[in-house]
Write a protein that binds this ligand. Structure first.
Ligand code: IPE
Ligand code: IPE
Ligand code: MG
Length: 228
């Protein structure tokens, strides 16, 4: 079976999952974190090499302050309890997004987790927090200028090497839960030829079994990359 090297997931539907149960949205986010752990382990076992999870976008700051604070608190808790799991599974942690703008504690926890797992050689877990794809591309363009590249030296390769995903293969498989048919500013450059799978399943219901079903769907796709 063909296994995607790089799987990216737009983890959507936590709020709706909570609303369906008459719970506050934050409960949906807590459940969502548990599912993220489950999927991380399933991806690692399946032989996926890169898993990118969209946790908080540059646009999510528009949400009510209480929800944003709750999300940041859950994130910190998660970054801390995660270390033993990552070490046990030989998983390397990598942040995608702008560190600046995040609360100091979150920045510190992200950097600590990256440093502590830097030597791991299994799956790389990219967590997108304060991530926006347009911002990523703008910052990469600025770096090209700062690095003194001439117009001819600005190529797909030299630009990609300045994205937060530098050194990571393009996304092979993009999954979005909860049925929305949009990309919401996630990895716009990197999904150029990704296979897309949208499921109505809400993120807190997206258990490992659902993930494995999605991998079967990927394996049945014929990829052409513009050729015949
Ligand atoms: C996804 O769930 C998690 C984040 C964007 C942080 P949502 O919070 O977007 O849940 P819905 O889309 O409102 O159901
Ligand atoms: C995308 O979900 C962002 C994350 C999953 C972190 P949103 O819920 O923010 O996206 P829209 O607003 O439905 O496009
Ligand atoms: Mg949403």
């Amino acid at each position: 079976m063909s296994i995607p090297q790089h799987v990216a997931i737009i983890m959507d539907g936590n709020g709706r999952w909570a609303a369906q149960r008459g719970l506050p949205r934050i409960k949906g986010h807590k459940e969502g974190v548990r599912i993220a752990e489950e999927i991380l382990e399933a991806a690692s076992k399946a032989g996926v090499q890169h898993l990118s999870l969209y946790a908080f976008s540059t646009e999510n700051w528009k949400r009510p302050a209480l929800e944003v604070m709750g999300l940041m608190a859950i994130l910190r808790m998660y970054l801390r309890i995660f270390l033993p799991r990552l070490m046990a599974n030989n998983i390397r942690f990598h942040h995608l997004g702008a560190l600046e703008g995040l609360p100091d504690g979150v920045q510190r926890d992200i950097q600590a987790l990256e440093a502590k797992t830097a030597g791991n050689t299994g799956l790389t877990f990219h967590l997108a927090v304060n991530y926006g794809s347009r911002l990523e591309i703008v910052l990469a363009a600025r770096r090209c200028v700062r690095d003194g590249l001439s117009p001819d030296e600005i190529t797909e390769e030299s630009l990609a090497a300045r994205l937060w995903t530098a050194g990571t293969p393009d996304v092979d498989f993009l999954i979005r839960t909860s049925g929305e048919l949009r990309i919401s500013n996630f990895l716009l450059w990197q999904v150029a030829y990704a296979e897309i799978h949208v499921t109505d399943c809400l993120w807190p219901d997206f258990h490992a079994e659902r993930f494995r079903e999605a991998l079967d769907i990927y394996a049945s796709r014929e990829r052409r990359f513009g050729g015949l």
